[in-house]
Design a protein around this ligand. Sequence first.
Ligand SMILES: CCCCCCC/C=C/C(=O)SCCNC(=O)CCNC(=O)[C@H](O)C(C)(C)COP(=O)(O)OP(=O)(O)OC[C@H]1O[C@@H](n2cnc3c(N)ncnc32)[C@H](O)[C@@H]1OP(=O)(O)O
Ligand SMILES: NC(=O)C1=CN([C@@H]2O[C@H](COP(=O)(O)OP(=O)(O)OC[C@H]3O[C@@H](n4cnc5c(N)ncnc54)[C@H](OP(=O)(O)O)[C@@H]3O)[C@@H](O)[C@H]2O)C=CC1
Length: 279
Amino acid sequence: MFEKGLLAGKRILITGGGSGLGAAMGRRFVELGAELVICGRRLELLEDTAEKLRSDLGGKVSAVQCDIRDGADVDAMMDAIWREAPIDVLINNAAATFIAQTEHLSFRAADAILAPTLHGTMYCTLAAGSRWIEARRKGVVLSILSTSTITGRAFTVPSAMAKSAVLAMTKSLAVEWGPKGIRTVAIAPGAFPTAGASGQLRPEGRDENWASRNPLGRPGEHRELADLASFLISDSAGYINGEMVVQDGGAHLRSSGAEDLLQWTDAQWEKQRAARARS
Ligand SMILES: CCCCCCC/C=C/C(=O)SCCNC(=O)CCNC(=O)[C@H](O)C(C)(C)COP(=O)(O)OP(=O)(O)OC[C@H]1O[C@@H](n2cnc3c(N)ncnc32)[C@H](O)[C@@H]1OP(=O)(O)O
Ligand SMILES: NC(=O)C1=CN([C@@H]2O[C@H](COP(=O)(O)OP(=O)(O)OC[C@H]3O[C@@H](n4cnc5c(N)ncnc54)[C@H](OP(=O)(O)O)[C@@H]3O)[C@@H](O)[C@H]2O)C=CC1
């Protein structure tokens, strides 16, 4: 679909690049010629992913441990990256979520979602953007959001709030940083099964028929998202700025994806809380 060297010469940082969609995007970017840096909290996972990419594809891939909830950690990571070479693209992919009845969320639980998904994303964007602007370099920020930015989403309210805020950031910075050569873009994926998303969002007992209710009758494939991301960060998309592309098979036109949970009984929610307390 793409020229082999579509991303040649680009150095890309993916937050949460050790697993799930972050790892899938990383693989595609390296296939297309990019140099990759992946970060997250679990160094062993990151090293394993980086090693697999290097041995499969032969590209330059490095792993950095960083908790994006901590601004000082983000700055230290960016300093270390910049000492080697500046990045050209930041992928804001790391995030957290879980299903819960909102009235049962403690403040700490709300912060557990908002801290990486909103604050961490802002810290990474600021840390990359300020360095690009100081050096008068071009850059691209691609944020992985959600269709909850359009529909809202019951039972994952802090995630919907954080993703909507990052969409506002994407649109606002398109205007403020566009003149400085920095593009900000976003993808709103529908359901792309990953261990992280399934673990947090699809506990045992939740409706199994969600994929068949998608207008296209299937979930997304990681490769499809990775291809869209590759295009959006490439020079071929150089005139796309401030936009969020929805990639969900049309699912959000039908429902937000949380309506099955409205049927859950208090007993089911109680069971969900108890299962978490035991884990
Ligand atoms: C059409 C459908 C499309 C679907 C769209 C989906 C859109 C978004 C998807 C995603 O984001 S998928 C990515 C999912 N991946 C992850 O979440 C991975 C990262 N996860 C984590 O870091 C953690 O699992 C966590 C969920 C953030 C928890 O992290 P943390 O270590 O900070 O938590 P704790 O210290 O254990 O607890 C803090 C606080 O939060 C409460 N809490 C934690 N989990 C739950 C839960 N499942 N339910 C309710 N409350 C929870 C915990 O009890 C603590 O609060 P207090 O008890 O101290 O008050
Ligand atoms: N899969 C899906 O269906 C959908 C996913 N999305 C979005 O796609 C993105 C990827 O999700 P997905 O691949 O499914 O899930 P994963 O759980 O695999 O990805 C989350 C990644 O973020 C990292 N991460 C979490 N917290 C932090 C932190 N504080 N600091 C640094 N890294 C962190 C995790 O690594 P570690 O734990 O090692 O830190 C992990 O690699 C997310 O933004 C998600 O909201 C949106 C809609 C649907």
